[in-house]
Design a protein. Structure first.
Length: 131
């Protein structure tokens, strides 16, 4: 439980800093009932000169652990379709996947890491900002 509590404390602090400093990103609405291993960050791609994946990969190059494109939306897997009981398509999951990247979390993250991550996001926002 201590591990989960530390991650929740980090995410809560990270969201506050991100909302104060970022112009083009917003964090996923977070609940204290979550047991987070990663945290989605939504991208306003129209405000940037790069894609969500390019931005996330640049963030990774800055040393920030992210998953640039979540690949586990089963209804999008062609090989799984013949095994599904119906033709359900997870539209909400696809939209979330296509408009966000995931920040990996660790229970040792604290205020310094939150600030470092937001600093890197703001740096890249300035670099990729659309006119």
């Amino acid at each position: 439980q201590a591990t989960i509590r530390k991650r929740i404390e980090f995410v809560t602090h990270f969201i506050k800093i991100l909302e104060q400093r970022s112009k083009f990103y917003r964090a996923y609405e977070f609940s204290d009932n979550f047991s987070p291993f990663f945290h989605p960050i939504f991208v306003n791609a129209e405000a940037l000169t790069c894609t969500k994946v390019e931005f996330a990969e640049a963030l990774s190059a800055e040393g920030i652990g992210v998953n640039s494109h979540y690949g586990c939306v089963i209804s999008a897997w062609e090989f799984a379709k013949p095994h599904m009981s119906d033709s359900f398509f997870a539209a909400n999951a696809m939209q979330m996947r296509d408009t966000s990247f995931n920040l990996f979390l660790h229970e040792a993250y604290a205020e310094k890491e939150a600030t470092d991550i937001v600093d890197a996001i703001v740096k890249l926002e300035r670099y990729y900002k659309a006119c």
